[in-house]
Design a binder for this molecule. Structure first.
Ligand SMILES: *Cc1c(COP(=O)(O)O)cnc(C)c1O
Length: 336
């Protein structure tokens, strides 16, 4: 038996007729960029997340970038984030000319450690940007309290955690802005690139809606430096079809995680991922800690079980470190 790391074809095949029904009008009416399918998805996703506004974008990296711009974060500003994530979180901070300040993670949950955040705040800090890594919500209660106490924005990188719930609310609805990716391999994946922001702040929503379309405020009238970060009609259609199944798919992921947890319990040298509350984790990935990871991965590969490494090199140890001017006091560099 072969166990692939991810099989998107199987997921698509299970709902092919529903995807087809959503796609057909987009193709027939040639509504390829924005249009009714994107608007319809935005309305459904806003309702699902529990926010006033959702803005469909071209990918999750853009979502983070647009979010930072909409919070007026730019050169000279600092944004507190996690060193342990997909690189996009730091790219976005760099794109707006701000500086990422890395605060170490809680080794049990792999998400930013709220205990250490306050010590990293300076007069230049403008926002906290936690990542709900591998599908698990960061501690939004404590992070929100810190943000409020210091007058900071809270921007959630929810690219790996569509549908996770924190204290009865979905991630992406608790901070000022939620940033989502619909890259094909995410829990909710498009037929290509896709992303969105979610927010209860209608001014922020309206600004990002303008920014994504060349910052037009009426045709051919550009009110600031704009972008082309629009969602495609095809992606809106596919995402609408898939959104109806997300809760069910996440429930299946929880069941599988539970099975892994039972079957992999009490193996010496293997540390299983912590999950404090079942609803706050949607198991984008099931990441274990193990000493000789290359060996384990190779061995599983020989048995037909694919694995991935998330992430082999922490962000502050990537080559652009030099431009990020890292304060190692907030993130002790370790040898990798
Ligand atoms: C995937 C991902 C992104 C970026 O999304 P893209 O759609 O690939 O641009 C950002 N942050 C995290 C944590 C991600 O996993």
């Amino acid at each position: 038996m072969k166990v692939p790391f991810l099989d998107i074809r199987a997921q698509n095949a299970s709902i092919w007729s529903e995807i087809d029904a959503e796609l057909r009008p987009v193709l027939q009416n040639a509504q390829f960029v924005l249009g009714p399918a994107v608007e319809s998805f935005e309305a459904k996703f806003a309702e699902y997340i529990g926010v006033k506004a959702c803005v469909g974008l071209n990918n999750g990296t853009s979502a983070l970038q647009m979010a930072l711009i909409a919070c007026d974060i730019g050169p000279g500003d600092e944004v507190i984030t996690t060193p342990h994530t997909w690189i996009s979180t730091s790219w976005a901070i760099s794109y707006v000319g701000a500086r990422p300040v890395f605060v170490d993670i809680d080794p049990r949950t792999y998400t930013i450690d709220p205990e250490k955040v306050e010590a990293a705040i300076t007069p230049r800090t403008k926002a906290i940007l936690p990542v709900h890594l591998y599908g698990q919500a960061a501690d939004l209660t404590r992070l929100s309290a810190i943000a409020q106490r210091h007058g900071l924005r809270l921007i959630e990188d929810a690219a790996q955690s569509h549908g996770a719930v924190w204290n009865g609310r979905r991630v992406g609805s608790i901070g000022d802005i939620g940033c989502f990716s619909f890259y094909p391999g995410k829990n909710l994946g498009a037929f290509g690139e896709g992303g969105a922001i979610t927010t209860n702040d209608e001014k922020i929503g309206a600004r990002i809606r303008r920014l994504r379309d060349h910052a037009q405020d009426g045709r051919h009238h550009h009110v600031e430096i704009g972008f082309n970060t629009r969602m495609e009609g095809i992606q809106g259609a596919v995402l609408s079809a898939k959104l109806a199944h997300l809760d069910n798919w996440n429930a299946q992921r929880r069941e599988h995680a539970e099975r892994y947890r039972e079957q992999l319990a009490n193996i010496e040298g293997l540390v299983l991922p912590a999950c404090s509350r079942p609803e706050s984790h949607v198991w984008h990935l099931f990441v274990v800690l193990v000493d000789d990871r290359e060996h384990v991965s190779q061995h599983l590969g020989e048995l037909g079980v694919a694995t991935g490494m998330h992430y082999p090199t922490p962000v502050p140890q990537q080559p652009p470190t030099k431009i990020w001017d890292i304060n190692t006091a907030t993130f002790p560099l370790r040898k990798v």
